[in-house]
Design a binder for this molecule. Structure first.
Ligand code: F6R
Length: 613
């Protein structure tokens, strides 16, 4: 939610900020702005409603500066307007903010006594007012004192009018990464904005204060003592975060799935010899996840949001089948306000692409404080969830820029399969030979994804039909129901067509009344154990006139009269069918959005990284 960037150094700051904001735009794109120190005016601010391209078009051509801050917004407090766009200025303070200040109303009233009146409806402007009220020339002291008064989450980049060339930053609960490199000093919400300048970066620790000058970055801890950055190196390059000839990031990311799966799975399946036999077993030694994490468990709780939670639904099925212990899947925003009963025999698994989702992070913190064991499945290295979890399983999907998650989802599925196999082996529920066979099945699923990616013609044809719909349903049973939930969110978030996922057997308990000839049904029937039941459910919707799109196993016998389109999966073990079927649903969602002329990568009202509650 909101992308922020600050730069001070030897290049034109406006250019660096605009390029960085374009990379960060997936985090929010309703308005954008920059503030730069200029020789003529002190600090110049330009802001506009709409995307970064609008901002670029509004900038005065001669704007030269070597230091500035920039913001791309996802509105929380106050509507989308130029006034509410960041940066916000109060007195000598100009700032950009990512997060939510929960006590801003009380602070606003208090600051009114000092004659400060906000011009916007934002919580962020109140933070600028507060820092200004506390500033007497000592920026660090003012920021520290303001931090003590602010409740909520924030990452700030702050310019003080009397300190040209310097940017001050602090964060709590919202991400900031930084680097000092040949170009100067840069700080941003996400590494993707730094990548064209440096592959080395560090994560600003919670409550640390950073001071950026062209010559370097100095840090102080909450105790006021100097702190030192812990630099890391990204393993991917700038091209991973670009479109590389595809029309959209989403299309590119769908096509990257074979590599993303291979990077996530292959290094974790190792050969192992016992009594003259060779086994291929999931092995998490390199992840520092010992088998003891999985032993003596009485329960597993999976908690996440959106697509990541749908991956968790598949995880539940796998764990229950293999470990025979109860598993619950909770939406993180619900879990965090329940009073969960957890103990040292409960494993809480949080799942997050960004590693910054506020509700998932809060759920993780709650799990730790309530005494559960914690393991997180995370894509972004060094993110808050990764750093706060006892154990981390990184998915190596690479940067995911499109708001709709695709390769991160299938990589999360892969993580669950690997973890379930290893846990079952560690607990003696699968023998080495059985575990080995499962792991090999997982590996051999990867090439089948290439075959799915060739299904452009059929998925596009289906999408052409769907563009006319205003409501549709996804139905399935078991794994296919978990997948229906994912197919449904993918389609609705980028095509704006209302869609629902339903457990196929449940329709007749009320929802069947919504099925008419105008309501297409995407029926997933990839699991042979429930195939005959699914066929009955398909007949039920067909009898009500539904237009049926069937995704099924190549050998499934289903009368042609029961569907309008049929997509057959490449022949594979049912256990791994969700990977192939997921990619089909992603392609259908992608083409539907594109054919409707919508913004595929940046759908309305959404943002990629949800760092607010
Ligand atoms: C949908 C989507 C979202 C995210 C959710 C959690 O395509 O991407 O539903 O899955 O916001 O985000 P992360 O995984 O970053 O915690």
């Amino acid at each position: 939610m909101c992308g922020i960037i600050g730069f001070t150094g030897g290049r034109n700051a406006a250019g660096v900020l605009l390029d960085g904001l374009a990379e960060l735009e997936y985090r929010g794109y309703d308005s954008a702005g920059i503030s730069c120190f200029t020789r003529e005016n002190g600090i110049d601010t330009v802001k506009t409603v709409g995307k970064v391209a609008n901002l670029r078009a509004c900038l005065p051509p001669g704007l030269t500066s070597s230091c500035g801050i920039g913001h791309t917004r996802w509105a929380t407090h106050g509507g989308v307007s130029q006034t509410n766009a960041h940066p916000h200025t109060c007195g000598r303070v100009t700032l950009i903010h990512n997060g939510i200040i929960e006590n801003y109303l009380a602070l606003r009233e208090e600051l009114a006594q000092t004659g400060r009146t906000p011009v916007s409806q934002t919580d962020s402007e109140i933070a600028a007012m507060l820092i200004d009220s506390l500033y007497d020339g000592d920026a660090r002291a003012a920021i520290r004192a303001a931090a003590a008064r602010l409740e909520g989450a924030y990452a700030f980049c702050i310019l003080f009018a009397d300190q040209p060339g310097t940017i001050w930053c602090i964060r709590r609960g919202s991400p900031l990464v930084a680097c000092h490199c040949e170009a100067g000093s840069i700080i941003a919400s996400d590494m993707v904005a730094l990548l064209r300048y440096s592959k080395d970066y560090f994560v600003l620790e919670e409550n640390q204060i950073a001071r950026l000058t062209p010559d370097g970055i100095s840090l102080t801890g909450p105790d006021g003592m100097p702190a030192f950055p812990d630099y890391q190196t990204v393993t991917w390059d700038v091209s991973s975060a670009q479109k590389n000839g595809f029309k959209h990031y989403m299309e590119k990311e769908i096509h990257e799935q074979p590599e993303a799966l291979s990077r996530t799975i292959t290094p974790r399946i190792l050969k192992y010899q016992e009594n003259g036999s060779v086994f291929t077993l999931p092995d998490f030694s390199a992840d520092c996840i010992p088998d003891s994490v999985f032993r003596d468990l009485t329960r597993i709780v999976i908690t996440a949001c959106g697509t990541a939670m749908h991956a968790g639904m598949m995880g539940k099925i796998l764990f229950e089948r293999l470990l025979r212990i109860p598993v619950t899947v909770d939406i993180a925003s619900e879990f965090r306000y329940q009073d969960p009963i957890l103990d040292k025999n409960t494993l809480v698994i949080t799942v997050s692409q960004s590693g910054e989702t506020a509700d998932t992070l809060a759920a993780l913190r709650l799990a730790r404080s309530a005494g559960g064991r914690t393991l997180s499945i995370v894509n972004v290295k060094g993110s808050s969830i990764a750093r706060e979890s006892e154990h981390v399983f990184y998915t190596h999907a690479g940067p995911e820029i499109a708001v709709a998650s695709t390769k991160a989802y299938t990589a999360q599925l892969a993580a669950f399969y690997l973890i379930a196999f290893r846990a079952a082996f560690a607990c003696g529920r699968l023998s080495a030979a059985e575990c080995s066979a499962r792991a090999e099945g997982l590996l051999s699923m990867i090439p089948s994804i290439h075959r799915i990616l060739e299904m452009k013609e059929i998925t596009e044809k289906i999408s052409r039909h769907l563009t006319r719909a205003s409501d549709l349903f996804f139905i399935g049973r078991g794994m296919d129901y978990a997948l229906s939930c994912e197919g449904s969110i993918k389609l609705k978030e980028i095509s704006y067509i209302h869609s629902e996922a339903y457990a196929a057997g449940e329709l007749k308990h009320g929802t069947l009344s919504l099925i008419t000839a105008d309501v297409p049904v995407i029926a997933l029937a990839t699991q042979h154990d429930v195939l005959s039941k699914m066929v009955s459910n398909i007949k039920e919707v067909r009898a009500r006139g539904a237009f049926v799109i069937l995704v099924t196993a190549a050998d499934a016998v289903i009368e042609e009269s029961q569907y309008d389109y049929r997509i057959d999966l490449p022949s594979m073990d049912d256990w791994f069918a969700p990977f192939a079927a997921a990619v089909i649903l992603q392609l259908i969602a992608y083409h539907t959005s594109y054919l409707r002329g919508l913004d595929v990568d940046q759908p309305r009202n959404l943002a990629k990284s949800v760092t607010v509650e």
